[in-house]
Design a protein around this ligand. Structure first.
Ligand code: HAM
Length: 426
């Protein structure tokens, strides 16, 4: 007996999504695309890998995702490349390269790669739905972008989603804030978690992002970003808040919200699914990045966007019983007892006519074919036996409803199937 070879598994932290679950993904992407296209966003397709510099310069050398989690490699031409850990830096690189007219609005669906410790809701390849809008500082654009995400969650049927917002300030006011935070942390150094007791000085903002109880407690009375904003940043944030309020988008201010990448300026926001465990309940987030286009070599151009994690979002839908997997049943399954040519021809005719049809292969028995028809979820079995073949007919048999079987002419089988389904559904 030949020995069976050991089978491979998907790499740690990655997952296969098979039908019927994949139908839910498909429906989610379609729903998102439809919604953001109504707001003028066009789909962008861009490479899943970039020169490493795009992410290093875009997201910041010191951020965890860039310094510890990036999938970097050298290709056969010795180019230093990285799999995208997120979409924003690539979309902005594409903007700088092609210079489309502003305001430029793009949406995407993409895998994202981060070498994280795999656990529930945290993967090494996850998937994002996102938008980026470039070319204006108008706070109404912030309101539009945040509202798009918020309305999308509502459209899916999620009701337990919390929107948290903050302002990160800008190059004018943030440096002074960081200094005051650093001074505060120095005073409270002994109260911080092990990691930040050592490392708070390098990037004090990260301490605000830390989920460790010790850091949360120690920073409860830390200086707040919102209280050190310069006039223009404070004015901008005020207009974002009043815009959200005018549109009835509920939010809370989160003084600890600082986001993980260096490119953020001014408005920052996150959506938490309250039905999920707090550690992994971030289903989406984003913000402004008014300096990113310049950092990647383009002209000064403000921008804002968000990304939603598809896996987390679907977990939140599961937890709330929202957005179920859509039914993808067939219209008809052809049961051919005459050798298979009739099944080949009829399925082709039905599909060409826009109907969903399948068949069995390998000249299976009548019993096996009917079982397959039943398992397929089809409404109808179209049976071609020797009698039907001789008479030029097809028997239409209802698999899921108590309805009379009928024989229809073979040459108009597609019309007969369509009529029968319409009668049954009306
Ligand atoms: P992010 O917060 O890093 O933002 O990721 C967006 C979403 O992706 C998160 O809210 C989460 O749902 C999901 N996510 C992130 N990492 C993982 C992971 N390891 N496993 C599963 N899901 C994950 C960004 O990526 C920014 N580019 C968002 C943005 C767009 N900012 C401006 N424009």
């Amino acid at each position: 007996m030949p020995q069976q070879r050991q089978a491979f598994q998907a790499p740690a932290g990655t997952r296969d999504v098979l039908a019927p679950d994949s139908a839910r993904w498909e429906a989610l992407v379609v729903a998102f695309g439809r919604q953001v296209e109504r707001a003028g966003y066009g789909l962008i397709l861009s490479p899943v890998f970039e020169e490493t510099g795009v992410f290093v310069r875009g997201m910041g050398e010191g951020t965890d995702v860039v310094s510890k989690e990036m999938y970097e490699f050298r290709d056969k031409g010795d180019r230093h490349l990285a799999l995208r850990p997120e979409g924003t830096a690539s979309v902005v690189r594409a903007f700088v390269q092609h210079r489309p007219p502003v305001v430029w609005k793009a949406w995407y669906v993409t895998p994202a790669f981060r070498y994280e410790r795999p656990q529930a809701g945290r993967y090494r390849q996850h998937h994002q739905l996102g938008v980026e809008a470039l070319g204006t500082e108008d706070p109404d654009l912030d309101v539009e972008v945040v509202t798009l995400a918020s309305r999308f969650f509502a459209e899916l049927g999620l009701s337990r989603v919390e929107l948290k917002v903050n302002s990160m300030g800008d190059a004018n006011c943030r440096p002074a804030y960081i200094e005051s935070l650093r001074a505060y942390l120095e005073e409270h150094q002994d109260e911080l978690c092990d990691e930040h007791r050592e490392r708070y000085a390098a990037n004090p903002l990260r301490v605000l992002d830390c989920k460790d109880e010790a850091c949360v407690r120690a920073t409860a009375n830390a200086p707040r970003l919102l209280e050190s904003l310069c006039g223009p940043c404070a004015g901008h944030f005020g207009r974002v808040r009043s815009g959200l309020e005018a549109l009835g988008v509920e939010y809370t201010i989160d003084h600890r919200l600082v986001r993980g990448f260096d490119y953020y300026t001014r408005t920052a926001f996150e959506f938490a699914a309250l039905a999920l465990e707090a550690a992994q309940n971030g289903i989406g987030g984003g913000g402004r990045y008014d300096g990113l286009v310049e950092a990647l070599g383009g002209p000064p151009t403000p921008g804002i966007g968000f990304a939603i994690g598809i896996e987390r979002l679907l977990q939140a839908c599961d937890a709330e019983g929202a957005f179920p997997t859509p039914a993808t049943t067939l219209d008809a399954f052809v049961v051919d007892l005459t050798g298979g040519a009739a099944a080949r021809d009829i399925t082709d005719e039905l599909r060409t006519a826009g109907l969903r049809a399948d068949r069995a292969f390998d000249r299976r028995s009548a019993r096996a074919q009917l079982k397959a028809a039943d398992r397929s979820g089809a409404e109808l079995a179209l049976i071609v036996g020797p009698d039907e073949a001789a008479a030029g007919t097809v028997t239409v048999h209802w698999l899921r409803a108590e309805r009379e079987e009928e024989r229809v002419p073979r040459h108009e089988v597609a019309k007969a199937v369509r009529d029968a389904l319409e009668r049954a559904r009306s």
